[in-house]
Design a protein around this ligand. Structure first.
Ligand code: NAD
Ligand code: AKB
Length: 314
């Protein structure tokens, strides 16, 4: 039986697109999608209903499909996690331990686990945030990501686990909906602009955050996993930069395509989370170690989003 790849949390914003691209590259049957909830799109390959907190169920799926590589995407994101901190900690940490321990026991060979710009906090330098800097996250999500990074590095150093990770910025795509983060506005704004011609933003006009077009994020994810082992010098998580903008700037970009579009602002609890995060990221280590470079800027990303969403959103 051939070796397969398992994506856990495949029905979410990233998983939906990652599974599609992995199947393009490795073949439909060689990529097993899994989630606690049903997929957002019809599946071209195997799908397993899986609760990642259930170790026995995970092992059964891994054995049934001869899984050797795992992409672990199941998590509670920043905004949802603040509403249920204890469960967020349980899900975000125990999911990681369940997968890292399979690798430690030699059952799987390689793990991808995403971190986030949320590992940084209010005391981190906000501009050109370096790979190594002050990290005092103030959200339960950020705390879980920072702890996860430490555990990834620990499992690599102590047990030789081949775990690879990226600190994703806020991700923007048209194929799937975001799942409860602070950067979700940057997806919703496109949907609302096309559907209603207006958007009420929960962040203020000048809140600059690091973001990235989904196709760049998928490219980075597969690129870091395919890179030779010796190139991956950072085993906590790599900084990754794409585009940085604020709500006013993205609204102005949308107006180029939909001139009547209007935006208004009403901050909610997510403003405080956004204020604690960096504005721009220095990702020179990812560039040097595994050749990372993004393709999309604000202009090309917005044009692509609008073109594709107009075909889907009614
Ligand atoms: P999402 O919320 O859209 O998807 C997460 C998926 O995990 C959901 O489909 C959910 O049903 C599933 N899930 C939840 N509990 C589960 C369980 N017990 N067992 C199995 N599946 C379960 O999230 P996403 O945006 O796709 O993010 C994926 C990963 O990337 C997360 O770790 C997130 O922290 C990280 N990340 C995402 C972004 C972003 O902008 N999307 C940015 C930085 C980091
Ligand atoms: C969120 O807003 O929670 C995520 C992230 C940046 O980790 N998109």
């Amino acid at each position: 039986m051939s070796e397969t790849i398992l994506v856990i949390g495949s029905s979410g914003q990233i998983g939906t697109e990652l599974v599609e691209e992995l199947r393009n590259q490795y073949g439909n049957d060689n990529v097993v999608a899994s989630d606690i909830k049903e997929p957002q799109t019809p599946q071209k390959g195997p799908f397993e209903a899986l609760d990642i907190l259930n170790k026995e169920q995970l092992l059964k799926v891994v054995e049934r499909h001869n899984v050797k590589e795992v992409y672990l995407l199941a998590a509670l994101l920043s905004a949802t996690a603040e509403k249920n901190p204890e469960f967020a900690w349980e899900l975000n940490m125990n999911s990681l331990f369940n997968v890292l321990n399979l690798a430690k026991d030699g059952i799987i060979k390689k793990v991808f686990w995403p971190s986030s710009i949320a590992v940084f906090g209010p005391t981190t330098p906000k501009k050109d945030t370096p790979q190594y800097t002050i990290m005092e996250p103030s959200t339960v999500y950020g705390i879980s990501k920072q702890a996860g990074e430490r555990w990834c590095e620990y499992y690599y150093k102590k047990y030789g686990v081949d775990v690879r990770s990226i600190r994703y910025p806020g991700l923007i795509g048209y194929k799937s909906l975001p799942g409860g983060g602070t950067t979700d506005y940057a997806v919703d704004i496109f949907h609302q602009a096309i559907k209603h011609g207006e958007y009420k933003c929960f962040l203020n006009a000048t809140t600059t955050l690091p973001m990235m077009y989904m196709s760049d994020a998928i490219k980075a994810t597969i690129q870091i996993m395919q890179a030779p082992k010796e190139n991956i010098k950072i085993r906590s998580s790599y900084n990754l930069a794409g585009i940085s903008f604020n709500p006013e700037e993205i609204a102005n970009e949308i107006k180029k395509h939909i001139p009547t579009f209007t935006i208004s602002y009403k901050e909610d609890f997510r403003q405080k989370i956004a204020d604690s995060w960096p504005q721009t990221i220095n990702d020179k280590d990812a560039q040097e170690d595994w050749n990372w470079s993004p393709e999309y800027n604000l202009e090309t990303m917005s044009a692509n989003m609008i073109k594709n969403l107009k075909l889907i959103v009614t």
